[in-house]
Design a binder for this molecule. Structure first.
Ligand SMILES: Cc1cc2nc3c(=O)[nH]c(=O)nc-3n(C[C@H](O)[C@H](O)[C@H](O)COP(=O)(O)OP(=O)(O)OC[C@H]3O[C@@H](n4cnc5c(N)ncnc54)[C@H](O)[C@@H]3O)c2cc1C
Length: 520
């Protein structure tokens, strides 16, 4: 707690003229002034603090999506005075509300009911092997606390889980449950309010205030009206602002050419607080691992136009009817880079076709929404009795030859010899089967940026933001997509974004409420 004492000794922010003057003279004696201090702010060595605060709370949370509301609930329940701000007009604009509803738990009561044997050690070893660059200590925090979040949303708030437990790529056992995402977000936002947290919309977090030791003490926010607010956080600031999908410059810097891929995430994912985090010493890792997600019909407006058919054995071909990737590697940087090199459609831009036979169709239909086929996606399929006819219908001249080679390989040697596909979707999924049972189908597939789980910040086991020397930045916490790399590393297991957002948000919120006030 020595840094907390440092902070209060410096007499941060008292609001009155005399006190502010006293503060100015203390901090003015620190090292070189910050270049970023603006009007009404005081240079404080490496940090910048205001001459006066407009408001003060124990804990200030930026972002009222799944992770931010879970943090608000946890902090308010533990006795903290909490303000959550969000740039949008409702938490229903968040990615948590818009998502597919897949939510990941380890050793959950539903897994136990279905006889699935799981453990934190198995989860950690699966995820380290698949993700490569995750933080083991963060995985353990997640594994140890995820059933607290499960109990909150399921038993206390009444969230319903539908269907069976799903197996994501990279998992040796099924772990992922499915819920109505808008309902999930509604319940956790209402629960945070009921605990006494305040949620204020149309208010954007812009910068972080910190003292000369980079101990974070508040934020600069801006209301939609243009009014600026300097909000003091006596215990902590928690950033839960999602990803960078709506920041084309950042996307382009990670992968040249990728900004042409549309984003279907929360429009608030602008990366403003990523910049604020970097300004204070955090480093955004995993830029070379950024990737787009797939499986949406061009012009997508809702999950009614979504089908991940390669999970059920479909192959993916480009517009000329040629394969270009091992479909079982699932979405990743390598796959998106390959996609960007394919021919584009004059109307739909970058897009490909998922090709399946009747057997794969039946598997996808049995799985149902959101990943498999449903009535609304069946209507979007192009079908034919043979691959020549299907190729003509989708204007892909090489389709028949591509499918003949794939089917011959798989029947003869059990795998595809061109790109090396052996399984439906990697570890723990079944071997590929030839696609030879008519009729045959094609689903048009456009890539999009839904999230950037592999490209974000590292935190420690308490979700404290880390600087580039792996040291915690005092009183700055990050939860949700903004730190998801700490959990998933280079490869994403589906459901971990919302599962880890809720779990680590709840856990971190509770921790911050226990901190001493720096101005005590
Ligand atoms: C179409 C789609 C399908 C998906 N499917 C799944 C799935 O099935 N399972 C899964 O685990 N993940 C899925 N994801 C990813 C997942 O939804 C997100 O990674 C996760 O919900 C992020 O949670 P969060 O709380 O970090 O962000 P959000 O829930 O988006 O909340 C962040 C909030 O911060 C606000 N904000 C951002 N910047 C600022 C700022 N500067 N000031 C104030 N407010 C700000 C935003 O407006 C937003 O409300 C999907 C995403 C999409 C878009």
């Amino acid at each position: 707690m020595s840094q907390q004492k440092d902070l209060s000794r410096r007499g941060f922010l008292l609001g009155t003229g005399a006190a502010a003057l006293a503060l100015s003279s203390v901090v003015a004696g620190c090292s070189a002034p910050s270049a970023s201090a603006g009007a009404g702010e005081v240079n404080a060595g490496k940090g910048t603090i205001p001459e006066a605060w407009d408001e003060e709370y124990d804990i200030v949370i930026v972002g009222a999506g799944g992770a931010g509301c879970a943090a608000a609930y946890g902090a308010a329940k533990a006795g903290g005075g909490v303000l959550v701000i969000d740039s949008q007009s409702s938490s229903q604009s968040s990615s948590t509300a818009l998502c597919g509803g897949y939510t990941y738990f380890v050793n959950s009561p539903l897994q136990q009911e279905q006889g699935i044997e799981d453990s934190i050690d198995l989860f950690v070893s699966d995820t380290l092997a698949y993700g490569q660059s995750c933080k083991e200590e963060v995985l353990r925090t997640y594994g140890e606390h995820c059933n607290e979040y499960y109990a909150l949303v399921t038993d206390e708030l009444g969230l319903q889980w539908t269907g069976s437990v799903n197996q994501s790529p990279g998992c040796s056992v099924p772990r992922t449950l499915v819920c109505d995402p808008a309902e999930h977000q509604r319940l956790i936002a209402e629960a945070a309010l009921a605990q006494g947290a305040e949620i204020r919309y149309q208010t954007t977090g812009r910068r972080l205030f910190s003292d000369g030791n980079r101990v974070v003490c508040g934020i600069l926010a801006e209301e939609d009206s243009g009014r600026e607010l300097r909000i003091k956080a006596k215990k902590a600031v928690i950033l839960a602002t999602g990803g960078i999908t709506h920041n084309p410059e950042m996307i382009e810097e990670c992968m040249p050419g990728a900004s042409q891929i549309p984003a279907h995430s929360c429009v608030g994912h602008t990366g403003i607080m990523h910049n604020a985090s970097m300004e204070i010493g955090c480093q955004m890792y995993g830029r070379p691992w950024i990737y787009a997600t797939e499986a949406k019909y061009p012009g997508y407006t809702s999950m009614d136009q979504y089908a991940e058919l390669y999970i059920y054995g479909a192959v993916e071909v480009n517009l000329t009817g040629d394969r270009y990737i091992d479909e079982s590697i699932y979405w990743c940087n390598e796959r998106t880079r390959a996609l960007l090199k394919q021919p584009t459609d004059p109307v739909d831009g970058i897009c490909t076709w998922e090709i399946l036979d009747q057997t794969a169709y039946d598997l996808a239909l049995a799985a149902g929404p959101p990943i498999g086929l449903q009535e609304s996606t069946v209507e979007l399929l192009v079908s034919a009795d043979n691959y020549e006819e299907l190729g003509e219908k989708i204007l892909s001249p090489n389709l028949a030859a591509t499918m003949a080679k794939y089917n011959d390989d798989v029947a003869r040697v059990g795998y595809d010899t061109v790109f090396g596909r052996e399984t439906m979707l990697g570890v723990g999924t079944g071997p590929v089967a030839p696609l030879v049972t008519p009729p045959f189908y094609a689903f048009k597939n456009a890539p999009h940026f839904d999230y950037n789980p592999a490209t974000s910040f590292y935190v420690d086991e308490q979700c404290r933001a880390l600087n580039s020397f792996d040291e915690p930045i005092e009183r700055l916490y990050q939860v949700g997509e903004i730190m998801l790399r700490s959990v998933i590393g280079n490869h994403y297991q589906y459901g971990l974004a919302t599962g880890a957002g809720g779990t680590l948000g709840l856990y971190c919120g509770g921790l911050t409420a226990e901190l001493d006030n720096w101005d005590a």
